[in-house]
Design a protein. Structure first.
Length: 189
């Protein structure tokens, strides 16, 4: 499937995003023809982690949340990593940015601990998702239904558990992002 002429936002925390969960989806989307923009809390570069504790690489940040809106993009990817996801969910700007994608019916992908940001955005009520197992209770407390599968798709929302699930996650991202808007993506009450 082609993502030519699609503009995709991918989030990265200043420090703590899980490296393969940032790099692999970005590469897959670009190979499918999308223009992918790395967005963070501050400008400059971001330091990723591997397995939450080991240093990863440094990646350029293209834009900050204050410079963009969901209107600028066709879809959104939120990589995991417990440290990075916690930083993103603690930012009102990041949470608002994520919520705006749902309100516009635009597809969103979240892997590992990234559903924490979805919990904070209040967009999981009635949704079926997966995540890193320790996020399960937070998802259920937010009104979501958690299942243990490598990739789950629920009306434009693509979720996966860990870096081991990246091949399935990336394939579904491309498929859902090619489909475009999903009316059922907007949060219910």
């Amino acid at each position: 499937m082609s993502l030519d002429n699609r503009s995709i936002a991918i989030l990265i925390a200043p420090r703590g995003t899980e490296e393969p969960e940032f790099v692999k989806p970005k590469e897959a989307l670009e190979q499918a023809g999308a223009k992918v923009t790395a967005i963070s809390l501050e400008s400059g570069t971001a330091q990723t982690n591997n397995n939450d504790l080991d240093p990863g690489g440094s990646y350029s940040i293209d834009r900050t949340f204050t410079e963009v809106s969901a209107d600028d993009f066709d879809a959104l990817v939120i990589p995991g990593g417990s440290v990075g996801s916690d930083k993103l969910r603690g930012s009102e700007e990041a949470v608002r940015f994520v919520r705006d994608f749902f309100e516009a019916g635009k597809p969103v992908g979240a892997i590992c601990h990234a559903p924490w940001v979805l919990v904070e955005a209040g967009v999981l009520k009635g949704r079926t998702v997966t995540s890193f197992p320790s996020v399960r209770t937070d998802i259920e407390n937010a009104g979501g239904r958690w299942i243990d599968e490598e990739v789950v798709v629920d009306d434009g929302l693509v979720t996966s558990r860990t870096p081991d699930d990246l091949p399935a996650f990336c394939a579904k991202l491309i498929e859902e992002f090619a489909e475009g808007r999903h009316a059922a993506q907007a949060p219910s009450g």
